[in-house]
Design a protein around this ligand. Structure first.
Ligand code: ADP
Ligand code: MG
Length: 475
């Protein structure tokens, strides 16, 4: 059995590592701990007041326990003993020497910092004391829309009562739709509101850690297993990363069994429905989908507007409703594509000192708009939406009628196809009753001329495009 001095070394090493991982301010404020003694199950540590005791219990205990577990490959508990210390003279700034003194980082400061969620400081993310949870990924900053309503309700239910219902929770869907944010919101909430031990890891880090551990000693191997099999909440992001990696799949399977047997909460994200995972252990696949599986869809126009509004407030810039509407009409792919526009807009406002108008937004974001032309929009959908808007049948639109009430919508439909799809003028002409490409070009230039003298046409076009994109997403 190791000596007390060995345990002291382990303790020192754990504290050194923690010092590297959290901010200096937090470290100075809270890590005023004296190692007293230890045995293989427990470390006894002295703290200067019951205030410290409460705060460390709440904020750092599981973190320190996990650190030691990583080092010795065994779960231990930490016992905090209050021993008031005599006030020190010439106390250095930032150190805490007296017993019931509130430390310089006030109670709740750390959590406020996390919950403030302004997301405008990447540094905040690094300060997360326990695991790579990003401070800004909380429920407060997650905009609810028809695309994610159900998923958010489930996530909140899990956050309030982890490990009871909905276990495991699988969130799947395409890139940039908010899977990681929602999963981490669960983790952040549990971290803030309970003493549950939460681990959040990407599929990639989990794999790398596993590979490193199997090359190492038995102790390190055991430490890896222990780490993941003794948590209250395990969040694994991007489990599609495990496709084709049989060893890690097996490890995850056993981790799953251990956690589900102990009624511990698991949340996974994946870029596709679980049934579409390739080269994936069948037993693991069936476990992963055995709880509740919810897909996130792209947000509709209203939700995109709400997201832009919220994100612009977070980074402290003002965008008019018109500008928000304009950008939301033009970017319908996913939330990430929507929010990457914001630094450009912010940069412009800061440099020029002027507000963003629709014209400026169009100029600043034209590359984004072009590169995001959705390729999944069909000619039929455009014809359908335009025909409906002008109370025509699709056959009228494609047919030979030459009266203005049909010609204008027909030209408009062709113009929109050129604008938002990759179809050639020939393909477009063909889709309108076998016309040739010159008709398409003629139609487009007619609309362009009209736009010059009738600016209100622009908003009609944008409205139609929005409807077309929304219909394409739903279909
Ligand atoms: P995914 O994991 O599905 O690829 P992320 O969770 O990384 O997507 O989301 C991409 C970006 O979009 C993040 O910055 C996230 O905060 C933001 N985001 C996604 N959905 C929402 C939403 N409903 N409300 C606010 N922000 C969102
Ligand atoms: Mg993600």
């Amino acid at each position: 059995m190791p000596e007390n001095s060995d345990y002291r070394l382990i303790w020192d090493e754990a504290i050194n590592q923690i010092k590297e991982e959290i901010s200096e301010q937090e470290f100075l404020a809270w890590f005023n701990l004296n190692f007293l003694e230890a045995n293989e199950n427990s470390f006894i540590v002295e703290v200067p007041s019951s205030f410290y005791k409460d705060q460390i219990e709440r904020r750092f205990r599981t973190y320190i326990e996990a650190k030691i577990e990583e080092l010795i490959g065994k779960k231990i508990t930490i016992t905090l003993e209050v021993k008031p210390r005599a006030p020190e003279k010439n106390n250095q700034k930032g150190e805490i020497g007296t017993n019931n003194e509130i430390p310089p980082v006030q109670a709740g400061r750390v959590s406020n910092e996390r919950a403030a969620s302004s997301g405008n400081s990447p540094e905040k993310a690094k300060k997360s004391p326990l695991y790579p949870l990003r401070a800004e990924y909380v429920f407060d900053t997650y905009v609810i829309g028809e695309n994610n309503n159900f998923a958010v309700n489930v996530a909140k239910a899990i956050a309030s009562n982890p490990g009871t219902n909905y276990n495991p929770f699988l969130i799947y869907g395409g890139v940039g739709l908010g899977k990681t944010h929602l999963m981490q919101a669960i983790g952040n909430y549990i971290y803030e509101n309970s003493n549950n031990k939460v681990i959040c890891v990407t599929g990639e880090s989990f794999t790398n850690e596993f590979i490193a551990s199997i090359k190492d000693t038995e102790r390190v191997k055991a430490a890896f297993k222990n780490k993941y099999r003794h948590v209250d909440v395990l969040l694994i992001d991007d489990i599609h990363f495990f496709q084709g990696k049989r060893g890690i799949q097996e490890e995850l399977f056993y981790t799953f069994e251990a956690l589900s047997g102990a009624k511990k909460q698991m949340v996974f994200t994946c870029d596709r429905p679980p049934s579409e995972l390739k080269d994936f252990n069948e037993r693991l696949q069936s476990r992963v989908k055995s709880g509740i599986n919810i897909d996130l869809q792209p947000p509709n126009y209203e939700t995109r507007c709400a997201i832009l509004k919220k994100k612009s407030e977070i980074i402290n810039i003002y965008l008019s409703d018109e500008v928000i509407s304009f950008i939301s009409q033009n970017i319908s792919t996913n939330v990430r594509d929507l929010e990457v526009t914001l630094p450009k807009l912010k940069g412009y406002i800061e440099v020029s000192g002027k507000p963003i108008t629709v014209e400026i937004a169009r100029e600043l974001l034209k590359d984004e708009f072009v590169s995001l032309k959705p390729s999944n929009i069909s000619i039929e959908i455009i014809q359908k939406v335009v025909a409906e808007r002008y109370h025509l049948s699709q056959n009228d639109l494609k047919g030979k009628k030459k009266n203005q009430s049909v010609v204008f919508p027909r030209q408009l439909a062709m113009y929109i196809m050129r604008e938002i799809t990759e179809y050639t003028t020939t393909e477009i002409g063909q889709a309108f009753g076998g016309r040739d490409h010159t008709t398409t070009m003629h139609s487009c230039s007619k609309i362009e001329e009209k736009l010059k003298v009738e600016p209100s046409l622009e908003s009609i076009i944008q409205g139609l495009i929005r409807e077309i994109k929304d219909s394409s997403i739903k279909s």
